[in-house]
Design a protein around this ligand. Structure first.
Ligand SMILES: [Zn+2]
Length: 360
């Protein structure tokens, strides 16, 4: 005799005696029917009969009045069936059954449920064959099978543990080969950059720009004075740049010629989490063609790190620059989260990801 039933992952109910059920005022399906009620929740306990059929108990706290249509059995005999247990079930259309959450065994199997209770209704096919309906609430959710082998229970990404490990090893091999290849880049023509902003939206402005090259040489590191934003309390807490600090700094407009010149000499421009940085820095260019040219040079270190992480450390879930640096045991240079420290950090993570990135 089963002592517990796992109806759903994490939902386990226990077998109880009739006396306990009565003391708790639990209701069986037959009692619900008698009082014209219907349960809105999964059963809260069960009793297994000698013949292994299962009777479920429902809590009186989670019942509602059944539809009037459902109050009375039809009196036409062919519309009823007496089950071996003595329970009377009623003929109903598939549509009505579905509205109660009742389905055929075949349909439940497709939904990965298995019925352990007796049927709660039936329909008649044109050829007279009976199709029984079972209440999905009292069915046991079956573990999903691996989409690859179909033999074992799913572990991750719809695969069983061994198929997942195989798939991971394959992806890791391809990823590691991609990262280990020679990219033939010149250190001087690779740039790493980071921006600090007044906020995260397009209308927000740049507060600082840091650019270094592949040799580690500092190319630009400056505060930028915004032209239409005067306060940025929320982001100030993150990067620590106050309005006073940028008071006497150049505006973006003034820096544009220099940034354009720096970018023009670069083959790759790399940042960690490049989408916000790109969406702001692209405005230094006026034409869509210039912006597209910039975009073609930009590489995202976060994107590459996430791929590496999924392939080599699937147990990790966070992928901030701090996390990436911790993963490679890289120390911060300078004040963490200032744009210059982030830029140095980004460079180190990138060079760990792509050990043969440079020609030398
Ligand atoms: Zn498998």
């Amino acid at each position: 005799m089963r002592k517990t039933l796992q109806l759903r992952p994490g939902v386990v109910i226990s077998a109880i005696s009739d006396d306990t059920a009565r003391a708790k005022q639990y209701l069986t399906r037959a009692e619900l029917k008698k009082f014209h009620l219907r349960s809105t929740a999964l059963p809260c306990a069960f009793k297994e009969n000698e013949d292994e059929t299962v009777i479920f108990y429902f809590s009186p706290d989670t019942v509602e009045e059944a539809d009037v249509d459902d109050w009375h059995f039809s009196y036409q005999k062919e519309q009823l069936e007496v089950l071996p247990s003595g329970t009377v079930i009623e003929r109903m259309s598939t549509r009505r059954a579905a509205s109660y959450g009742f389905f055929s065994k075949e349909r439940l199997a497709q939904l990965h449920y298995e019925a352990v209770e007796e049927p709660v209704g039936f329909s008649l096919k044109k050829d007279g064959e009976r199709v029984y309906f079972y209440d999905k609430k009292t069915c046991i959710r079956q573990p999903l099978m691996c989409v690859e082998c179909g033999k074992h229970i799913r572990f991750k990404k719809k695969l069983c543990e061994s198929c997942y490990e195989k798939d991971l090893a394959e992806r890791r091999k391809i990823g590691n080969e991609y990262r280990a290849q020679s990219f033939g880049m010149k250190r001087e023509s690779v740039l790493f950059f980071d921006l600090e902003l007044t906020g995260f939206y397009d209308r927000d402005e740049i507060l600082s720009i840091s650019i270094i090259d592949g040799t580690g040489k500092l190319i630009m590191n400056t505060f930028v004075k915004p032209t239409h934003t005067h306060k940025w309390k929320k982001t100030e807490k993150i990067h620590g740049i106050t309005p006073e600090m940028v008071e006497n700094s150049p505006t973006l407009e003034e820096l544009i010629p220099e940034i354009k010149e720096i970018f023009a000499g670069a083959d790759n421009i790399i940042a960690y989490g490049v989408s916000t940085d790109y969406s702001h820095i692209r405005h230094i260019y006026e034409t869509a063609q210039e912006q597209a040219e910039l975009k073609s040079k930009i590489r995202c270190c976060a994107f590459e790190y996430v791929r590496y992480m999924h392939e080599n450390h699937p147990e990790l879930v966070h992928a901030s620059l701090t996390d990436a640096m911790a993963c490679f045991e890289i120390e911060w240079e300078g004040v963490a989260h200032s744009s210059i420290a982030d830029t140095y950090g980004c460079r180190k993570v990138w060079e760990r990801l792509f050990p043969n990135y440079y020609v030398d």
